[in-house]
Ligand binder design. Structure first.
Ligand code: TEU
Length: 570
């Protein structure tokens, strides 16, 4: 197939995203350029040299569209305009052009499972006689119940950020579905007009030069049969999972791919899919099916919880984590393709969660977690600040939290009698607010993020942990990420080599090989804060191997220092 060439000369050869490294930007917290304390698009443009120096190939831009910001932009009221908080369409055009000049592609966030309740589509849909009534899910009260009274909701479905997934509309006497919150009503994808309106919007952005889409909760667009047929949803384990992976998902993704030309234009497509299994991903990422390039699974970021609730904390022994990633490696080895991530704007910082963010071990822990992730097969995603080892923030009281999900959990849990101390312990471990503190650019006031007052408090460790210090330190986490990205760009075995997990039951060591033709790379990593002995069996012989990348200069011998990792060519 011919390589699409954009008007500004950008090319997207077949499968380009298989050798790419993606950098996620959460605009509110990346770089403020006008002193209002909130990050914006010109702020991003001003940091493109930094991203080019890091070596990333793609920017995934979290939402910048017009939005009442109920969920920080994941509640969109106009898909084809920019929220003044972040800038203008002209600012975004300038960012796309400048990114392309830096050899960096740009992927937009596509949030089409739901809109904002301020979107004109939904405003019109509130009128029972409007042609857009069926663009959303409207249902009468539960039979025998007085509409608007407690318990009269059509069923017991909870929302992710509110007690019920159903919101009463006194004007029409009916309820509408919002799986996340009342401010985020779900679109009815059963209605073809809805789908065609979304495809037209996507084509509009493609014509503006974007290189792909990260698709928000895309496996929720196909709702379960009982909902689409008007029957109540049986109470289950959190309605997100109940609402996911409906019967028409593949049909909708194939149609979207065809109607927008996702494969035809070699656009990068990654679908966020809470509750997606390897089986679903095998189908969706099989190139022959023309659905999506890759998906974001939640399995590995839901392992440190004792139930379906992320707030129900549980320890995470290493064999469980490495075993899960290995299952996805093997599951998608034939036809599919994996995305690789720990961090994003919904997850606490990896070095604090999976690593050791103490001053003694933070740097090597961040390096080794990155080595292990980036040497797996798939497309790696770096979340802003991860590249120099930003940590969770010291959030110790409810007043420190800003995120709708965290505040909702606090309200519901304390109302249900859970102790404040227990709730704060869960929030300190899992809140999304940890990922959303401003990027720590340097050691000047507010870490160089803004000349105003930041919307979210800067992590007080910014004087020690910041991009400027890391850029000028050849042994920094930043320098290590540069080497990992270079290794992926230069070494085909890193990109395409077959994966094989070793020492699956070892509680300190994460070891695996990547093999392509006659080249085999061995990764052996100590993912603990104590020294670890490399066992004589279960691993290939280590003598006359070549060290391609190591965290510790004197990387010889069979004792790995705490958080030491080595990438060896056998
Ligand atoms: O997240 C979907 C999702 O499943 C997470 O919100 C999840 O509930 C939790 O936060 C992580 O465990 C997507 C976006 O990434 C998120 O920011 C939005 O809030 C959400 O969809 C609604 O658009």
């Amino acid at each position: 197939m011919t390589t699409p060439v954009e008007s500004d000369g950008t090319t997207r050869p077949d499968g380009w995203w298989r050798s790419a490294v993606v950098y996620q930007i959460y605009p509110r917290s990346f770089q403020d350029s006008n002193g209002d304390g909130v990050g914006d698009i010109p702020g991003i443009t001003s940091r493109l040299d930094y991203l080019a120096e890091l070596g990333v190939d793609v920017i995934w831009l979290s939402p910048v569209y017009r939005s009442p910001q109920v969920d920080n932009g994941y509640d969109i009221s106009d898909y084809q305009d920019i929220d003044p908080l972040f800038g203008t369409l002209a600012d975004l055009d300038a960012l796309i052009a400048a990114a392309h000049q830096h050899g960096i592609k740009l992927v937009m966030d596509l949030v089409v499972n739901h809109t904002s309740d301020q979107h004109p589509w939904f405003v019109e849909s509130r009128d029972p006689s409007s042609a857009k009534r069926d663009w959303y899910f409207w249902r009468p009260a539960r039979p025998g119940c007085e509409p608007g009274t407690p318990g009269a909701e059509p069923d017991d479905s909870q929302a992710a950020f509110a007690p019920s997934a159903w919101t009463y509309d006194p004007a029409s006497g009916q309820y509408y579905l919002g799986v996340f919150s009342p401010g985020q009503p779900d679109l009815n994808w059963e209605n073809e007009e809805v789908r065609q309106a979304v495809y037209a919007m996507m084509r509009w952005w493609v014509d503006r030069g974007v290189d792909g889409f990260r698709m928000d909760v895309i496996n929720l667009i196909a709702k379960p049969e009982e909902l689409t047929s008007g029957r109540p949803i049986e109470p289950g384990q959190g309605s997100l999972r109940r609402m996911a992976n409906g019967p028409r998902l593949d049909e909708f993704l194939v149609e979207m791919n065809r109607e927008v030309g996702l494969d035809a234009k070699n656009l990068l497509t990654v679908g966020e899919m809470p509750g997606a299994t390897i089986k679903v991903a095998q189908r969706v990422t099989d190139p022959a099916r023309h659905e999506l390039n890759m998906v974001f699974t939640f399995e590995h970021v839901n392992l440190d919880q004792a139930s379906w609730s992320k707030w129900d904390l549980a320890d995470l022994p290493l064999p469980k984590l490495k075993g899960n990633l290995a299952a996805w490696q093997n599951g998608l080895a034939e036809n599919g393709w994996n995305s690789l991530y720990y961090d994003n704007h919904d997850q606490p910082r990896a070095v604090s969660r999976f690593g050791d963010d103490s001053p003694e071990h933070r740097v090597n822990s961040a390096k080794t977690l990155a080595t292990v992730l980036h040497l797996h097969k798939g497309t790696p995603y770096i979340y802003q600040g991860e590249e120099f080892g930003m940590t969770n923030a010291p959030l110790t009281q409810i007043g420190h939290y800003l995120d709708v999900e965290s505040l909702n959990y606090h309200a519901l849990a304390t109302a249900a009698g859970v102790s404040e101390e227990q709730v704060l312990r869960s929030l300190a471990a899992k809140s999304r607010d940890h990922a959303r503190t401003p990027v720590q650019w340097d050691d000047t006031p507010y870490a160089g993020f803004t000349t105003g007052v930041p919307w979210s408090a800067v992590n007080p460790n910014y004087r020690e942990i910041n991009a400027e210090a890391a850029r000028h330190d050849p042994d920094s986490v930043f320098a290590h990420f540069q080497k990992l990205i270079r290794l992926r760009h230069q070494n085909e075995t890193v990109r395409e080599g077959r994966f094989q997990l070793l020492l699956p039951d070892h509680h300190q060591l994460w070891a695996f090989t990547r093999t392509l033709g006659d080249e085999t790379l061995l990764v052996v990593a100590n993912c603990s804060s104590q020294p670890a002995e490399i066992p004589s069996d279960g691993l290939p012989r280590l003598d006359n191997t070549e060290l391609l990348l190591g965290t510790h200069p004197d990387a010889v011998g069979t004792i790995l220092a705490p958080w030491e990792s080595r990438v060896l060519r056998l």
